[in-house]
Design a protein around this ligand. Structure first.
Ligand SMILES: *Cc1c(COP(=O)(O)O)cnc(C)c1O
Length: 405
């Protein structure tokens, strides 16, 4: 037996064992969508997360990192909730350009035509290298444009206990902190509209203490860079990194504690940052728990004493649940038999997708209610880094459907 991750709080059933998402039972949702596999995103849950975050961080701008979930109806809903979008490709830019919010464009390897498009659209470019800065400045000179440029910093520290460490190491992201003051001076002297700094040092933190320390270090670093550059930054983007519980024994992040500490850090901030506007950018924490992946059991079989439930979904839609998206050790996501909620967990099963690879595991040796062919399986925590972070072309299976309720 292997433990399952914790189902996010607040999911109920309709009294007949069917999981409810946003007040709708899963069979009705699947029928409306036209079949399985199906991602359902609950807009009310997203709005609640945003409200909780706003309460915890009343003075901060809140940006949504589009790469966590770029489903168009979700982006439209998000446009009414946050202060800006962070994109990491011109494809993502195309998905939010019409929504009317401020946009910043980060990510390594921006091509010159993408940079020019972003400059013309008045989008803030978070520069990832000196080379990128020079290309942006050359475009401005040639086309007689003014660019909004911010500098992404590769800090000398990282997020402790983070799933993906992105600071304090050699990196394709950002510019090493000790070279940033010179670049800031260069940008300002070239006549660009310098927007400030962007410092993003990791993802999926569940420890409030680690984030509190990171944000303290980040504010201090921003101040020392700007003092050395002799420039006051209009904006400082403090990054994000807020995690959600996926696995057994994961505890939810205490965002209120992080907010309280950041407020104190900002009250005591160095003078050079007195008029600076601060923002955080979040993806996973805002949308991750709002998504459920629904897939139907098409076969049930025994093999050498083990029971397999084979579904019509798999890692081609929900790679992270299979353990192949950056995890060192495969552990089970929160999973349930969505047509038998509340029934006694009595059968040990391994749930797979329909791909011809043993990597395609959705739950391994889990104790669940007895399920049969035709039942629905729910994989929770599927709202972030789900469909768009999965190899949808692998094995040429049908695309998953998506739906916002
Ligand atoms: C991916 C990314 C984010 C979002 O990270 P989450 O862990 O989903 O909150 C924010 N900022 C940048 C620059 C990113 O690349």
């Amino acid at each position: 037996m292997k433990a399952l991750g914790p189902i996010p709080p607040g999911f109920e059933n309709d009294g007949e064992g069917r999981l409810l998402i946003g007040g709708h039972d899963v069979e009705t949702l699947v029928e409306h969508a036209g079949g399985t596999p199906l991602f359902v995103y609950d807009s009310e849950r997203i709005a609640l997360q945003v409200r909780r975050l706003r309460t915890a961080f009343p003075e901060l701008g809140l940006h949504y990192a589009v790469k966590a979930n770029p489903y168009a109806p979700l982006l439209e809903a998000m446009a009414n909730l946050v202060d800006g979008f962070d994109v990491a490709s011109s494809g993502e830019l195309g998905k939010v350009a019409h929504l009317g919010l401020p946009i910043s464009f980060a990510g390594p390897g921006k091509r010159s035509p993408e940079i020019e498009t972003a400059i013309r659209a008045g989008i803030t470019i978070n520069l990832e290298s000196e080379g990128e800065a020079e290309r942006a400045l050359a475009i401005c000179k040639r086309e007689e444009l003014e660019a909004k440029l911010a500098v992404r910093v590769n800090p000398p520290f990282g997020l402790k206990g983070s799933g993906q460490k992105m600071g304090g190491i050699p990196s394709q992201f950002g510019i090493d902190h000790d070279r940033v003051p010179a670049l800031v001076r260069r940008i300002v002297e070239a006549g660009a509209n310098w927007q400030g700094l962007h410092i993003f040092a990791g993802s999926q933190a569940l420890q409030a203490d680690a984030l509190i320390e990171l944000q303290r270090e980040t504010v201090a670093l921003a101040a020392s860079i700007c003092e050395e550059a002799g420039q006051v930054p209009p904006h400082v983007n403090l990054g994000g990194g807020f995690g959600i519980p996926y696995f057994s024994k994961d505890e939810p992040l205490d965002v209120e504690a992080v907010g309280e500490s950041l407020a104190k850090t900002l009250t005591e901030r160095p003078k050079i940052l007195r008029d600076t506007k601060f923002a955080i950018e979040l993806g996973r924490w805002l949308v991750g728990e709002a998504g459920v992946y629904l897939t139907r059991i098409v076969d049930k079989k025994e093999s050498r004493g083990k029971t397999f439930l084979v579904t019509d979904g798999g890692l081609q839609h929900q790679l992270a649940a299979s353990g192949n998206f950056g995890q060192l050790l495969r552990r089970n996501y929160p999973v349930a038999i969505a047509s038998r909620m509340g029934a006694e967990a009595e059968e040990e099963v391994t749930i797979t997708g329909c791909l011809c690879t043993p990597l395609d595991l959705l739950a391994d040796e889990a104790i669940l209610p007895r399920a049969e062919v035709g039942d629905l399986v729910a994989i929770f925590c599927a709202g972030a880094y789900g469909l768009s972070a999965s190899p949808t072309g692998f094995l040429n299976q049908p695309m998953a459907r998506e739906m916002l309720v």
